[in-house]
Design a protein around this ligand. Structure first.
Ligand code: NAD
Ligand code: GLY
Length: 363
């Protein structure tokens, strides 16, 4: 079983990756014995996996109770967060007790934020059940809820004390969600690991068929990258910003299409291709490089054409993105396949050309 360490000094923690981990009490820290443990999940994931987690917690002597929330990004809000606080208080939880987030990124972000705030910070464990959460959101301690005026605008950095990734949970994940998570896996190859990119090109059919050995390898490699980046730049002062490859264009697609029409990973895939086309205009990538990215996303059943929102609308949405500094669009671009950079070099005219290149049809 691969174990990856996030080296954050006294807040260091391990990421356990393997099969059958939810039903294995050995994947839980022994200190949970005698503790109240709140398992936060949602109405989709709880019927599938909560019983298994409860049995493992009882086996280590913990006293589990459940907080089952409605499913969906629309519930990543104050009202739903308050339901977690209500339950923690009703069960007389103390700061020394533990919260477990069992679900995708929505449950992980919201459960983590509740743990960050409750009695000024309680311990929490991530048990991610979507590919996106396993390779990205469960690692690194970004927690948040949405505000009506902006996504993830209310939050805190609060690292988990452990991440338990049971890849068997991916067997029930809808195919579209699997593809969306794959966009974030490909991101690590594009931004910092050309060998991993080649490996993904060779193994995408097995990954999409949910072959366990290939999934463990891909998730392990992705988590090692995320762990290194977070250890180097926990608060996103530098290298962590590179994780936003494809995200400024992608957020414009998500917002422009209306939330939920495109999944985040789908928008990131199309957005990454827009960033790649802009990198080509800057003279950094070749046509063949862009075609390689397109083939890899297509093999993961991800969209390779951006929707036609209109060039001006794209720019307007991108200017609203929180990565804009001093009116200049700061974008993550690719110097080569395997090396991303944060750049303000592209002019608006070049960005507009890249948007036109990437869309299904011209203005
Ligand atoms: P999600 O949590 O909404 O999960 C997607 C869907 O899959 C949901 O309907 C969920 O109930 C269902 N599901 C989850 N696991 C399942 C399983 N094993 N079997 C069947 N169905 C399952 O979405 P997501 O893509 O996991 O996460 C998106 C969220 O993550 C967004 O809110 C985003 O802001 C956040 N995010 C956070 C970070 C971070 O660093 N904290 C990074 C990326 C994304
Ligand atoms: N998903 C972006 C980050 O963790 O920084």
């Amino acid at each position: 079983m691969p174990i990856v360490t996030v080296a954050l000094g006294e807040r260091a923690y391990s990421i356990h990756i393997g099969r059958g981990l939810l039903s294995d009490p050995a994947s839980l820290p022994a200190r949970l014995s005698g503790q109240n443990v709140a398992v936060v999940s949602n109405e989709t994931v709880a019927p599938l996996y909560l019983q298994t987690v409860r049995a493992s917690l009882r086996a280590v002597g913990a006293k589990p109770f459940e907080i089952v929330l409605p499913d969906g990004e629309a519930y990543k809000d104050w009202q739903t967060l308050n339901r977690i606080f209500d339950a923690l208080l009703e069960h007389h939880c103390e700061r020394g007790d533990t919260l477990i987030a069992l679900g995708g990124g929505v449950i992980g972000d919201m459960g983590g934020f509740a743990a960050a705030c409750y009695q000024r910070g309680m311990d929490f464990i991530q048990m991610p059940t979507t590919l996106l959460a396993q390779v990205d959101s469960s690692v690194g301690g970004k927690t948040a809820i949405n505000h009506p005026l902006g996504k993830n605008m209310i939050g805190a950095f609060h690292q988990p004390s452990r991440v338990v990734i049971d890849i068997d949970t991916l067997s029930t994940l809808p195919r579209r969600e699997l593809s969306a998570g794959m966009a974030e896996v490909v991101k690590y190859g594009l931004m910092r690991d050309a060998d991993f990119l080649c490996w993904l090109e060779d193994h995408m059919p097995e990954l999409m068929a949910r072959d366990a050995t290939s999934l463990i390898e891909a998730i392990g490699r992705a988590c090692r990258h995320k762990a290194e980046i977070v250890a180097e730049d926990e608060r996103e002062q530098g290298a962590r910003a590179l994780l936003n490859l494809g995200h400024t264009f992608g957020h414009a697609i998500e917002t422009g299409m209306g939330y939920g029409v495109w999944l985040h990973g789908e928008a990131v895939a199309a957005g990454t291709l827009m960033a790649a086309r802009l990198s080509m205009r800057m003279g950094w990538l070749s046509t063949a490089d862009v075609a390689r990215i397109e083939r890899l996303f297509a093999a993961a059943a991800l969209p390779v054409r951006a929707p036609d929102l209109g060039t001006e609308r794209y720019l307007e949405l991108m200017r609203h993105d929180k990565k804009v500094r001093r009116g200049r669009l700061r974008l993550v671009l690719l110097k080569t396949l395997g090396e991303a950079v944060v750049s303000e070099a592209a002019s608006e005219a070049e960005i507009m050309e890249a948007i036109r290149d990437a869309r299904g049809k011209a203005d």
